[in-house]
Ligand binder design. Structure first.
Ligand SMILES: [Zn+2]
Length: 326
C-alpha cells in the first residue's frame, strides 16, 4: 500500500510544475519549471528591498506571479544563511534584518498547500552545478564561490553535504590563521578574510597606507575590481594582492582535498573571473600544500557554468530531490 502511494505521488510530482525561488539581498527571482526541464515556463525578478519590512509578502507575490493554472508539486528556495534546512527556518541573515528565527518554508507551505524546501544559496549553487553544470557526471564535488564573501557547496558520493544541523559546507569560514584579518562573520583569519573581494581590496589599501607605491588611489575605499584592473595594467602591488589571495586559496583547497577528496573543483563568483591573476598562484600553492600529489591526479578545475541561474536551479534540484524525482 505504502509503495503504491509513493509511486502515485512520484507520478503526480513528475507531471506538475516545480517553483524555485532565489532570495537575494537585492532581488527575489522566481521561476516555474515543467518536469524534466531546466527551462522555466515563467520567470519573475523583483527587487527584494531586504532592509525594509514586508519581504515575506514580496516573496508570496513573486511566487503567485509565476503560479499558473497547472498543478504545482513543490517549492524550493535558495536563501542567504545561516538557516536550518531541516525545519526550513532562517536563523538570522544580515541581508534581511526582519527575519530572525523566521520559519519561511513552513509558512509558504501552509500558504500554498505544497511541500516547501529551503537551503542556503551556496549549497544550492553547488547542487545546481553538480546536477546541471560544471560538475555533471562527477560524484564528489567541491563548489566554492568567491565574491564579497566566500561560500561553498560539497557533494560527497552523490549527496549534498548538509550536516547534523544543516550548517555543513561553510568553506569560507575555515580558519587559515587564527591571528589573521577580521572576517565578515566577526572571527579572525578565515579563508574569506584572505581571499574574498573586499579582503583583496583591503590588503592593497593597507599596503599603500604602509608606503608601497601603486597606481591605485591612496584615498577612499578600493574595490577588488579596481585592484584587478590595476593588476592587468601591470601594477606590481595589485598583482601581489591577487598572488597573496591565490596563495591562501591554495592552502584552503589543499585542506578540503584532504577531507573530501573531490574529482572536481568548481569556482564561481565575481572574483573567480580574474583568471590567471588568482589561479596561477593558486595552482602553485595547491601543489605545494597538498599533502599527497595523488589528490591532484585527474582533478578537474572548472569555472562555474550556470552564472546567475545557479541559485534558482539549485532550488529546483532540491525540490525535485526531496520529491523523489530527478
Ligand atoms: Zn568567517
Amino acid at each position: 500500500m505504502k509503495s503504491n502511494l509513493t509511486r502515485r505521488s512520484v507520478i503526480i510530482a513528475s507531471m506538475s510544475l516545480t517553483i524555485a525561488v532565489d532570495l537575494g539581498g537585492t532581488h527575489i527571482r522566481v521561476a516555474a519549471y515543467p518536469p524534466d526541464s531546466t527551462g522555466p515556463t515563467k520567470h519573475q525578478r523583483t527587487r527584494s528591498h531586504a532592509n525594509e519590512p514586508g519581504v515575506y509578502e514580496r516573496v508570496v507575490q513573486a511566487i503567485e506571479s509565476v503560479w499558473t493554472n497547472e498543478e504545482v508539486s513543490a517549492i524550493g528556495i535558495a536563501s542567504p544563511g545561516p538557516l536550518d534546512p531541516y525545519t526550513g527556518t532562517i536563523l538570522a541573515t544580515p541581508n534581511i534584518p526582519e527575519w530572525q528565527n523566521f520559519p519561511l518554508a513552513p509558512k509558504l507551505s501552509k500558504r500554498f498547500g505544497v511541500p516547501t524546501y529551503l537551503d542556503n544559496d551556496a549549497n544550492m549553487a553547488g547542487l545546481a552545478e553538480w546536477k546541471f553544470g560544471a560538475g555533471k557526471g562527477h560524484h564528489n564535488v567541491i563548489y566554492i564561490t568567491i565574491s564579497t564573501g566566500i561560500g561553498g557547496g560539497v557533494i560527497v558520493h552523490d549527496h549534498l553535504l548538509q550536516g547534523f544541523r544543516g550548517m555543513g559546507g561553510e568553506l569560507g569560514h575555515m580558519i587559515i590563521d587564527p591571528d589573521g584579518p577580521l572576517c565578515g562573520c566577526g572571527k579572525n583569519g578565515h579563508v574569506e578574510s584572505f581571499c574574498s573581494g573586499p579582503a583583496i581590496a583591503r590588503y592593497a589599501s593597507e599596503q599603500i597606507q604602509a608606503g608601497q607605491t601603486s597606481s591605485l588611489p591612496a584615498q577612499g575605499r578600493l574595490t577588488a575590481a579596481q585592484v584587478a584592473e590595476a593588476a592587468h595594467a601591470g601594477d606590481a602591488l595589485a598583482i601581489s594582492a591577487f598572488s597573496r589571495a591565490g596563495h591562501y586559496l591554495g592552502i584552503a583547497i589543499a585542506n578540503y582535498l584532504a577531507i573530501f577528496d573531490p574529482s572536481v573543483l568548481i569556482f564561481g563568483g565575481g572574483v573567480s573571473q580574474v583568471g590567471d591573476l588568482l589561479f596561477k598562484p593558486f595552482e602553485e600553492s595547491l601543489r605545494k600544500h597538498t599533502f599527497h600529489q595523488h589528490y591532484l591526479d585527474d582533478l578537474v578545475i572548472a569555472k562555474a557554468a550556470l552564472g546567475d541561474d545557479a541559485g534558482l536551479l539549485g532550488a529546483l534540484a532540491l525540490a525535485r530531490l526531496k520529491m523523489g524525482v530527478q
